[in-house]
Design a protein around this ligand. Structure first.
Ligand code: NAD
Length: 297
């Protein structure tokens, strides 16, 4: 592809979409407050990981910006797991807390599954509790992981009905790849999940109307793997000497795809907006109200 070839793909502006979503959530929060209900999100950070500290700070700021209560709980890196479980118990029992998020990764001495499964599934706004995973997989009302939920919203906005589309999810993590595949299946796409042992990735990619890349390797997916006109959702966030880049080689892919998310400014902003959406949904359910429209799959 030469530098003079015009870009054909429409950029998918996740930043603008997320801003719009947060504004809608703020309106719904104001309506709830008028009924005496204030949604509240508690974020728990164990240790001093710099990236986690940045994420936790911005989650707190955006939670307050939409009018919700926000609490941040910090535990030292060497805190015993029992202290974290005791804190989760207290948050589970506190009716003013509608959402609980334990920032991952946890220190090595902690059992991530045990901690996540200690969260009340109704307050599990990350959607990682085993009950929510099972509910999503069986088509029941669940709390859905934020990043794949954000990707689904962008895909539906761009394509409308996803039924019958060939969708390729690259990556099989519990946080992104697997729940993404479940959501696409739920929307009746024909879903293929590729991973580190997949042998014919470029070939699979060339058949896909939808590609969701969640690999964690800078510019891994090349433009000549993309089917002309396909919709490409790049979940990757990779720090390089040249700045933040995704898992897709944007420059070459943008000449072939029909639409593509940039990095930054694509999926990233959707993740926090969907965390707020999940907190609003959890609050509605806790108060016997219907799910807010368009925020759940
Ligand atoms: P992960 O490391 O848990 O999973 C990566 C997946 O990629 C694995 O399932 C692995 O099988 C697959 N993989 C590795 N090498 C491969 C190869 N050569 N071919 C095909 N598949 C291969 O990562 P994750 O938590 O799913 O995150 C993926 C990326 O998304 C990372 O860059 C992460 O930073 C980013 N991320 C972004 C957001 C966001 O809000 N935008 C949220 C979560 C994760």
């Amino acid at each position: 592809m030469t530098a003079t070839t015009p870009m054909t793909a429409t950029p998918i502006d996740g930043k603008a979409f997320a801003a719009h979503l947060r504004a809608r959530i703020a309106t719904e929060v104001a309506a709830m407050k008028a009924r005496g209900i204030t949604p509240g999100l508690a974020v728990v950070l164990v240790g001093e990981d710099p990236a986690s500290q940045v994420y936790v700070r911005s989650k707190g700021r955006m939670t307050r910006e939409v009018g919700m209560n926000s609490w941040e709980h910090r535990l030292p890196t060497d805190a015993p797991q029992a202290d974290l479980l005791a804190l989760i118990d207290r948050l589970n029992a506190d009716p003013s807390v509608n959402g609980i998020l334990v920032q991952l990764p946890l220190p090595r001495h902690m059992d991530e599954s045990a901690v996540i499964n200690a969260i009340d599934p109704a307050k599990d706004v990350d959607g990682f509790h085993i009950l929510n995973v099972g509910r999503l997989a069986t088509g029941q009302k669940a709390m859905v992981p934020c990043t794949p939920l954000g990707c689904l919203m962008l895909l539906r906005d761009r394509l409308g009905d996803l039924g019958g589309k060939n969708a390729l999810v690259i990556g099989r993590s519990n946080i992104v790849g697997k729940p993404m595949a479940q959501l696409l299946l739920r929307d009746s796409a024909t879903v293929t999940v590729a991973h580190s042992r997949t042998t014919n990735l470029p070939e699979l990619c060339r058949q896909a109307d939808i590609v969701v890349a969640a690999v964690g390797r800078a510019q891994f997916v090349k433009g000549d793997w993309i089917k002309p006109g396909a919709t490409v959702i790049d979940v990757g966030i990779n720090r390089t000497d040249g700045g933040l880049v995704g898992d897709v080689d944007f420059d070459s892919a943008a000449h072939v795809a029909g639409a593509i998310t940039p990095v930054p400014g694509g999926v990233g902003p959707m993740t926090i907006a969907c965390l707020l959406a999940n907190t609003l949904t959890a609050t509605a359910r806790a108060n016997g109200l219907p799910d807010p429209e368009g925020l759940t799959p």
